[in-house]
Design a protein. Structure first.
Length: 244
């Protein structure tokens, strides 16, 4: 799982370096797939079918008001956009999954603040991923950072366990409500923690493609994710580059 997650990190580095005004999201998808195959892995999302609709591409690319699961196309990025890059691979039967949201060229400071806060929410959640804590400790930490900054957390999607399947139990919500499943964290668990934070309302809509989730009010959304191992020495971020 370390190697699977490192491949995800390496591919995301390449994608972030490739983001520029004028590049199409299809081009980013091709970079991701080619880079993955060269490393002896395969894209985890391509052909994924949790419901009625198969995901047709390797990369999820979500722009501006798109929260998650944007499908690559001929659409070109433009200066002032923000783009969420969500990627997963399978390596020797194990999965890795991570996401980053980055600016395209110059963006307003208010937009950069959304990205900073969402990333801070992710790391606040990671800090709670310790043996003996519970899922709710992660959820509360993410929610507190986002809402204290005046944003909302998406409640329709959640982080998840990950291992021999892309999505495993337990679910890792980015918010806490009484009565939700709240298992204790145990050594050896691996979780994908992934805050999705909106500028405005938490409400969302799914587009006609059956995948792309967008904010109901058209305001911006950001998404960051890491795959985390629960160890006796604290959380280990598997999808962070080992040499960084």
């Amino acid at each position: 799982m370390r190697r699977a997650s490192q491949i995800v990190a390496e591919v995301l580095d390449e994608l972030v370096a490739a983001v520029r005004p004028g590049i199409t999201t299809d081009e980013l998808d091709r970079i991701a797939e080619s880079s993955t195959l060269k490393r002896g892995a395969r894209p985890a999302f391509k052909g994924y079918k949790p419901g009625d609709v198969v995901y047709p591409k390797s990369l999820c690319v979500s722009i501006n008001e798109e929260i998650v699961h944007g499908i690559p196309s001929s659409r070109k990025l433009k200066t002032g956009d923000i783009v969420g890059l969500d990627y997963g691979v399978v390596y020797q039967g194990f999965y890795g999954d991570a996401a980053r949201t980055v600016p395209v060229g110059d963006v307003p400071e208010a937009t950069m603040r959304l990205l900073r806060v969402t990333r801070e929410a992710l790391y606040a959640g990671i800090a709670q991923a310790r043996v003996g804590n519970r899922i709710a400790d992660i959820s509360r930490a993410v929610q507190e950072v986002a809402e204290k900054a005046g944003y909302s957390v998406v409640t329709d999607f959640a982080g998840h366990g990950i291992g021999r399947r892309l999505h495993e139990d337990p679910q890792v919500p980015n918010y806490f409500r009484r009565g939700m499943p709240n298992p204790r964290l145990q050594e050896g668990m691996v979780l994908a923690i992934e805050p999705m934070v909106n500028e405005g309302t938490a409400d969302l809509e799914i587009l006609s493609d059956g995948w792309t989730a967008v904010t109901a009010d058209g305001k911006l959304s950001a998404h960051f994710e890491h795959s985390i191992a629960i160890t006796s020495n604290g959380p280990e971020i598997l999808s962070e580059r080992a040499n960084v």
